[in-house]
Design a protein around this ligand. Structure first.
Ligand code: BGC
Length: 251
C-alpha cells in the first residue's frame, strides 16, 4: 500500500512522514530537518528530498504546506517566508525536484482539513472556521466539509492593525503579554469573525493550542470554540490528504 506523503514547511523546521489516510496518522515517525537559510525554493527542495529519502521508496503524491496563499500550485503571498517564493509555481518546482507529483497547500487550509476529517471538527456540518495561532494567524473556512481555500483571516484589520500582528502567538511572546491580556485581543478578534461569518464552530490550532487550559476559557464568544486535537500532526496529515485528493488533477 502506497501512502501519500505530507510535509510541513515551517519557518524553523521542515517535517515530513507518509500518512495512512484511513487512520489520519503517520505510518512511521516523522523526520525533521532545520529550515535552510535563506529558505529559497531550491534550498528547500533539497531538504524535501532528504526527508522523502529517509523513508521507503515510493511514487505516491506528496503534499506540502506553505505559510502563504497558494492558487493552483503558485505561491501568491509570502508574509512570513522568503520573498523569493512570490509568484513561483511551487508544484512544478517540487514535482521536478522530487520526481513525484507534489501539491502545495496553504498551511492553515491543510490543518483545517485534517481537523475536519480526523480531529476536533470531525463530522461537523455548517461553517467551521479553523484559526491557527503561531508566527502569523492562519485560517481555514470549511462549509459542510468543503474547503474555501486561502481565506487569510489573519490579515483582517483589528484596532487599526493587521490582526496577526496583534493577536498571533508571536505578538504575545514579543510583547510579553499575560494570558489574560492576550485573550482580550483574541476575544476582539474572534468576535469580529463571528460578526462577519456567523460560524457554527471555531477550532483553535497552532502550537499554543496545547496550552488551551491557560487561555481557552478567557476567550469570550457566543460561538462554540474548541482546541484543535491533531496539534503538530495536522499540517502533515492535511498536506497528505490534499496530495491524495489532487493527484492526477491540474489543481
Ligand atoms: C499568511 C497565511 C498563513 C498564516 C499562518 C499568514 O501570515 O498570510 O497564508 O496561513 O500566516 O502561517
Amino acid at each position: 500500500m502506497h501512502h501519500p506523503f505530507g510535509i510541513d514547511f515551517g519557518g524553523t523546521g521542515i517535517k515530513g512522514a507518509p500518512v495512512d489516510l484511513e487512520r489520519g496518522d503517520f505510518t512511521h515517525d516523522r523526520v525533521r530537518i532545520d529550515t535552510p537559510k535563506p529558505a529559497s525554493p531550491e534550498a528547500v527542495a533539497d531538504v524535501f528530498q532528504q526527508i522523502v529519502d529517509s523513508f521507503p521508496a515510493s511514487s505516491s503524491p506528496v503534499g506540502v504546506t506553505v505559510p502563504g496563499i497558494v492558487q493552483r500550485g503558485v505561491v501568491l503571498s509570502a508574509a512570513n517566508i522568503d520573498k523569493s517564493w512570490m509568484g513561483e509555481d511551487a508544484d512544478a518546482i517540487f514535482t521536478k525536484a522530487l520526481g513525484r507529483e507534489v501539491h502545495v497547500v496553504n498551511d492553515a487550509d491543510a490543518a483545517g482539513l485534517a481537523e475536519v476529517e480526523y480531529g476536533a471538527a470531525k463530522g461537523r456540518r455548517g461553517l467551521v472556521m479553523v484559526i491557527t495561532l503561531g508566527t502569523g494567524i492562519g485560517s481555514a473556512m470549511i462549509f459542510d466539509g468543503r474547503l474555501v481555500p486561502n481565506s487569510e483571516m489573519g490579515h483582517l484589520e483589528l484596532d487599526g492593525a493587521v490582526a496577526e500582528t496583534r493577536a498571533a502567538t508571536s505578538a504575545r511572546e514579543r510583547e510579553g503579554l499575560s494570558w489574560e491580556a492576550w485573550s482580550e485581543r483574541l476575544t476582539a478578534y474572534f468576535r469580529h469573525l463571528e460578526r462577519l461569518f456567523t460560524p457554527d464552530l471555531f477550532v483553535v490550532g497552532g502550537g499554543v493550542s496545547k496550552s488551551w487550559e491557560s487561555f481557552g476559557h478567557l476567550i469570550e464568544v457566543d460561538t462554540e470554540i474548541v482546541p484543535a486535537t491533531l496539534q503538530n500532526r495536522a499540517g502533515i496529515v492535511g498536506a497528505a490528504l490534499v496530495a491524495q485528493r489532487k493527484a492526477g488533477t491540474e489543481d
